[in-house]
Design a protein around this ligand. Structure first.
Ligand SMILES: [Mg+2]
Length: 371
């Protein structure tokens, strides 16, 4: 089998809530690209490249990199996943989000071609359904409590509360949400690096009695000493997200016990293969891990879900529902039902292009061309 053609398609998705924001950005549109790899027997695989600016990938840079990578893929055997990824790593350091799209598309082609679900390529599944944690945008405490109520009414039992570094306001957010959703709902907080270490410890002591179970990325991503200080002094387990931006960084975090937990994401780590490698490092260090927010089309969640289904050391809940808050998804094949996603047994990830995708892609291409 040979790769015949690689196309890079726009996949920009507006937020349903135009005021959705976290402590670093308020992205009105969640930008990214869909890589479409076609093999000479007609098998097609898709992967999503996520333009996550705070992880070093913008939309324009990704497009250029993907076009560059496309030239290296044509003529290669898509079953040679390791060799192809080694070629990309040799060609360009970093740009994990672009590499992730290609890695995912290759896994998709191979599993579709073998007519097996993707999880069978990576060790088989250990679970068929996964509880979904949904994320609450930064807003005033009462508004966040109301949004939390809607999530609970929709069946979700895990909620992540975005916080922004103002400890008194953040504590008020947690209090309002806990009082609204009741004691059965599991809560975590995510500061996206907004805190100085000692203020993070102060917030943790203020909200621990509200049953907050994880404090995600309290401090700057490269402030390992600060993170470790929080880990050693916070009554709430500390989790790395932005700090865990590569397999190498995950190894540093685990071996030096900088955090108590790690949030893994397919785009930032560079694909399914690297996400599994990072999970194995966590397993070896007895550090729990889970899959964090996969913000983008349903395709991205579907592919990440197969990894989550296969991991032995998965902890807490994965953020596999953020596609719900994005519009104009050109893919389908996974949905949240009563707070869970379920792994399909179709060939590949089970995600596919929607019947009307071509119309949306052409519209988006016109918008791109118009600048
Ligand atoms: Mg995070």
């Amino acid at each position: 089998m040979k790769i015949e053609k690689v196309d890079v398609l726009p996949c920009h998705m507006p937020q349903s809530d135009p005021k959705w924001r976290f402590s670093i950005h308020a992205n009105r549109i969640s930008k990214g690209w869909l890589v479409e790899i076609t093999a000479d027997d007609g098998t097609v695989g898709y992967g999503y490249a996520s333009a996550t600016r705070h992880m070093g990938a913008n939309s324009e840079g990704l497009k250029g990199t993907l076009d560059d990578f496309a030239r290296l893929l044509v003529g290669r055997d898509p079953f040679d996943i390791e060799d192809i990824l080694a070629t990309l790593d040799h060609h360009l350091k970093g740009m994990n989000q672009a590499k992730a799209a290609i890695d995912c598309a290759l896994y998709e082609i191979v599993s579709r071609s073998l007519r097996i679900p993707l999880y069978k390529m990576i060790g088989g599944k250990r679970r068929t359904e996964l509880p979904v944690m949904r994320v609450l945008s930064l807003k005033k405490p009462a508004e966040m409590a109301m949004m939390g109520r809607k999530l609970v009414d929709a069946g979700y039992k895990h909620i992540k509360i975005k916080v922004d570094g103002r400890w008194a306001l953040d504590a008020a957010r947690v209090k309002a949400i806990r009082e609204e959703v009741g004691s059965d709902i599991r809560l975590i907080i995510d500061a996206n690096q907004a805190y100085k270490p000692k203020d993070a410890i102060l917030l943790a002591t203020k909200v621990v009695d509200y049953g907050v179970e994880i404090f995600e990325q309290p401090c700057k991503s490269d402030d390992y000493a600060g993170l470790k200080l929080v880990t050693q002094n916070s009554p709430i387990p500390t989790e790395a997200d932005e700090s865990a931006g590569s397999v190498h960084e995950v190894m540093q975090l685990v071996t030096n016990r900088i955090v108590d937990m790690v949030s893994l994401k397919v785009p930032k780590l560079g694909g399914l293969r690297n996400t599994i490698a990072a999970a194995r490092i966590c397993e070896a260090g007895d550090i729990p891990c889970r899959l964090g927010a996969h913000v983008g089309p349903r395709l991205l969640t579907a592919q990440a879900m197969h990894v989550a289904a296969s991991l032995p050391n998965l902890s807490f809940a994965c953020e596999f529902g953020e596609f719900v808050r994005l519009q104009n998804d050109i893919t389908e094949g996974v949905e949240n039902v009563d707070g869970f996603v379920r792994v399909t047994t179709e060939p590949g990830s089970g995600a596919r292009l929607r019947a009307d995708a071509q119309i949306q892609i052409e519209e988006a291409e016109k918008t791109e061309a118009a600048g």
